[in-house]
Design a protein around this ligand. Structure first.
Ligand code: B1M
Length: 217
């Protein structure tokens, strides 16, 4: 089985979305665990791309093509990663903050939320504080989840928290932050309620916080 994971990783590095999809379909049919496909195939491949990107061995276009292959692959895993029969827990609005176009991690968080029975309204990437506020008014979510991948955009999370305070909406929602440069101490410094390191623990933490907020068990 480990061969198929390295094949998926290699296809992702080469940006071959069609191959990634075919290999995942085959692996699932052969009984591979979706979490293993994600961790040992897709994320392992993206780690290699990231190292090459940092070293200047590959550039934005190649990374973008790998990212598309990643998103195509994770879409196939969605159903398998979802918890069977998860009951509706609450509603989330999610987005990558203003100025930031990275969406792979955010898409994984969305998928894990849905897997926990949290309904998700996905605002996409480059989401301004005003867009988060508008979505909060229209959708009345329990939680607003923000992702940032750049040290230059993580400050936007503070702008979102400030906008919620200014609009009198701060007490209505749980504000959650995450993404590679984000940490628990950063969460505290911007005044958000929740931080999680990865998509799976983000979904656990969100579910717990929503259940607590709504006073159910
Ligand atoms: Co960009 N990029 N990128 N990039 N890119 C990084 C982030 C970088 C670390 C690479 C590097 O130089 N080492 C670097 C940031 C440096 C910094 O700020 N410290 C960087 C840079 C500099 C840039 C550009 C500025 C490059 C340029 O143009 N010169 C540019 C910026 C564009 C913009 O956003 N305005 C840029 C562009 C791009 C692409 C478009 C080519 C592409 C994105 C495509 C896409 O997303 N559709 C891209 C990619 C793919 C990467 C790397 C290689 C991979 C990111 C990724 O998807 N990882 C990345 C290097 C790296 O991360 N090592 C890099 C996999 C993903 C599953 O992980 O998103 O971290 P991640 O999500 C994790 C956790 O963080 C967490 O859960 C996930 C795991 O389960 N998580 C949350 C995420 N959101 C969460 C929210 C939560 C909780 C947890 O609660 C709400």
């Amino acid at each position: 089985m480990s061969e198929v994971f390295s094949d998926i990783s290699a296809a992702l590095q080469a940006g071959k979305a069609k191959d990634v999809k075919e290999l995942i379909t085959k692996a699932l049919a052969e009984g591979a665990d979706a979490k293993d496909i994600l961790d040992k195939g897709l994320l392992a491949g993206m780690d290699v791309v990231a190292v090459k990107f940092r070293a200047g061995d590959v550039f934005v276009p190649e990374v973008l093509i790998s990212a598309r292959a990643m998103n195509a692959g994770t879409a196939l895993l969605k159903a398998s990663l979802a918890e069977a029969g998860a009951k509706p827990v609450g509603k989330a609005v999610i987005g990558t903050v203003k100025g930031d176009l990275h969406d792979i991690g955010k898409n994984l968080v969305r998928m894990m939320f849905e897997g926990k029975g949290i309904e998700v309204v996905d605002l996409g990437v480059d989401v301004s504080p005003e867009m988060f506020i508008e979505a909060c008014r229209n959708e009345e979510p329990d939680i607003v989840a923000m992702s940032a991948l750049l040290t230059t955009t993580m400050g936007e999370m503070k702008a979102v928290v400030d906008a919620f305070v200014a609009e009198g909406l701060r007490d209505k929602v749980i504000l959650m932050v995450g993404g590679a440069p984000v940490s628990e101490s950063f969460r505290e410094s911007v005044g958000a309620d929740l931080y999680a390191e990865d998509a799976a623990s983000a979904a656990e933490a969100a579910k717990r916080a929503i259940t607590q907020k709504n006073g159910s068990h």
